[in-house]
Every structure is written in C-alpha cells, then in structure tokens.
Design a protein around this ligand. Structure first.
Ligand code: FDA
Length: 328
C-alpha cells in the first residue's frame, strides 16, 4: 500500500458540484428542526416528485435497490452496511415489520454472499414504545446476524437514547458478539463510553454526531468536535476492537492515516465508513489505496428524517435538490 498526497490537499475536489462550507449553524438548526416535523414528512414522503431528489442519498425504495448498490460497491472493492430507513415508530406492529424487513435483508445478504452488515436504529424496533419489545426485536436480529456471519451496527440517535442504546449494545455483545456500537464525537461523555467499550472488546463506529444537542451535552463548536474525533480515533486505534471511522472530513482522514502509518497498524485492523452518495471521490481513493471502506446504504420509503439530516450537514445539497426538481 502506498500513501500518496494528503487527502486534505486541493487535488481531490468535493464530490458535490457546489463547494459551500457545511458549518452554517442557522441552516443546520433549521434543517434539523424540519427533520422532526411530522406533517412535512408525510407530505414529502408520499410526493410523486420525491424520487427526483432522494436518489443521491438513498439507494431506492426496495431491498432489491439496496442489494443492487451492495453489488456495485463490491465490484469497486468496497463493502456495505444496509439501512432499512425508519425511526421513532409509534406502534409495535410497525416495529415488528421493521424487524422482519431487517431479517429478510440479513437472509438476502447471506444468500447473495455480499459480506454486508446491517445498520439499524433502536427506535425503529420500538424503543419509544416498549424497551422489552425492542430488546426482543434486537435479539432476533443480532442472533440472525451471528448465524449468517454478519453484524448489526446499532446507529446512535439523539442523546436521550444513548444510555438505553449502550445498555442493549452491551447485552447483545455478551450474548452474540455480532454488534458494533456507534459513538458520537460531539458528546462530552464519549471518551468514557469509548474507554468502556474498548475494555469490553465491543467494536465501535466513530462519527461526529448528526442531531441537535444542547451545549451542556455536546460541544457546540465544530472545531472542538473535530479535535475530540481525532482524540477518540487514536484511542480506538490503540485499544479498540475492529473500529470504523465514519467521516468524510479530509483533514481527519489524513490524521487517521498518518497515525496508522506512524504506528504500523495493519489496514485489516480498522475500516473507514462513508455515506452512500457522499464524497465518492474519497471512497474510491481510500479503497484504491488498500484500505477497507464500507458504505452506509439506506433504502426504503421512510427517507425524510435521514434526508433532512444530510441537508443539515451540507446545505449546499439543497441546490442539487432544486436543480433535480426542475430537471425535465
Ligand atoms: P463534516 O460534516 O465536517 O463534513 C466534512 C466534509 O464531508 C464536508 O466538507 C463535505 O465535503 C462532506 N460532507 C459531509 N456531509 C455531507 C453531506 N450530507 N452531503 C455532502 N457532503 C457532505 N450520526 C449519528 O448521529 N449517528 C449515527 O449512527 C451515524 N452513523 C453514521 C454512519 C456513517 C457511515 C457516516 C459516514 C456517518 C454517520 N453519522 C451518524 C453522521 C455523522 O454523525 C455526521 O453527521 C456526518 O458524517 C457528517 O460529518 P463528517 O464527519 O462527514 O464531517
């Protein structure tokens, strides 16, 4: 494996056509506010125009769409984590349906030998309604993941869910070991959580964090979040089990790669993760250099909150949306 120019250098343009800074707090907060508005969600998810603007970030409405993308990624030496879109379900039959959709996905991943994992949110399995029902649903998914040689990556939602999510992560790790926790670098508590997860040998996906959190819970300044990300990434490289670095931030990717090279850490001991449709240039570049790259591939009808969080991260994406809407 040969390391070329730093990723942060200007030679690798943003995969978006419009280069606008992602860190506009007013726009970010506005999109995060809109992401929680049920009326707008119902209206947009059923709109006949929706396909025109979701295509960039969502594989499609069906599992077959997600599996097609998994195959495309494999042909480019990348793997996938399939996410059946959905969160905060309001009734247990919806949670059971989400569980069944994930079970079907695990079967298809196994049958088609795709080597993909599954990413899911506990609120899609009923966490808001009944913790015990959610635990039962999670147990059936993680046991199936173990049986089929896959893994459940438990997405981390807003801070009100962190304790409950980590409790289930630990329980499932003790029972089956086929889970990965997600830790958000913007939370003050994350350093302690990572130390605990490392002690227990639980694999971790490290991300910056995508929700609106108050300043007593999360670093309000992006530069502090970024600095904490690098600190936590080094902790994971030193003592984590199969860590995954989920970010498109070129400066952070440079720091991780430099640390790995400095410590002679083999590429097989960690992976990079990125979102479907975001910074495809970096995805291909890292895979081409021999690093493991896994792409988070969402599919399904319930795309609205996921999509709005992507706009919050990068308001320039709105220009794509508008352009696609008026394209004939
Ligand atoms: P940052 O936001 O600083 O962006 C760095 C650069 O990446 C930007 O300058 C731009 O080039 C590009 N970029 C970032 N977001 C973009 C977008 N939406 N569209 C276009 N370009 C974009 N969060 C969470 O709270 N819980 C979770 O479980 C997960 N899971 C998860 C899995 C994976 C695989 C990834 C990559 C991310 C998550 N996230 C997440 C989301 C994460 O917390 C964060 O909001 C986004 O990854 C954006 O942060 P970056 O690290 O990319 O940096």
């Amino acid at each position: 494996m040969t390391w070329k120019a730093p990723i942060a250098g200007g030679a690798y343009p943003c995969d978006n056509e419009v280069a606008v800074s992602a860190s506009n707090p007013v726009l970010r907060n506005s999109f995060l506010y809109l992401s929680r508005q049920g009326w707008l969600r119902r209206w947009t998810e059923t709109s006949p125009l929706s396909k025109r603007f979701t295509g960039r970030f969502v594989a499609g409405n069906t599992l077959d769409d997600g599996l097609r993308v998994c195959r495309e990624l494999r042909s480019q030496s990348m793997s996938a984590s399939l996410d059946h879109l959905g969160e905060n379900v309001a009734a247990l039959p919806e949670a059971d349906a989400a569980r069944d959709a994930y079970l079907t996905a695990l079967h298809r991943i196994y049958d088609d030998r795709l080597g993909a994992t599954v990413s899911m949110k506990l609120t899609s399995l009923g966490l808001d309604i009944s913790e015990s029902a959610c635990e039962r649903n999670t147990d059936s998914l993680v046991s199936k993941a173990k049986e089929t040689g896959s893994r459940i990556e438990m997405d981390m939602e807003s801070a009100e869910y962190t304790d409950r999510t980590l409790r289930l992560v630990h329980l499932m790790h003790e029972r089956y070991a086929s889970v990965r926790a997600v830790i958000q670098a913007y939370l003050y508590r994350s350093e302690n959580d990572i130390a605990d997860l490392c002690r227990r040998g639980v694999p971790v996906r490290l991300c910056k964090g995508a929700y609106k959190e108050p300043p007593n819970v999360a670093f309000p300044d992006k530069k502090d979040v970024d600095a904490n990300y690098v600190k936590l990434a080094k902790m994971l490289l030193d003592s984590g089990a199969d860590p995954a670095f989920a970010t498109h931030d070129p400066a952070i990717l440079d720091e991780v790669v430099a640390y790995v090279k400095q410590r002679n850490i083999p590429a097989a001991r960690f992976e990079f993760q990125m979102l479907y449709g975001v910074r495809r240039d970096l995805q291909k570049r890292l895979a081409g250099e021999g690093y493991r790259v896994r792409i988070y591939v969402p599919y399904g009808d319930a795309w609205y909150p996921y999509f709005m969080r992507r706009l919050a991260e990068r308001p320039a994406n709105v220009l794509f949306l508008v352009r696609n809407l008026f394209r004939t």
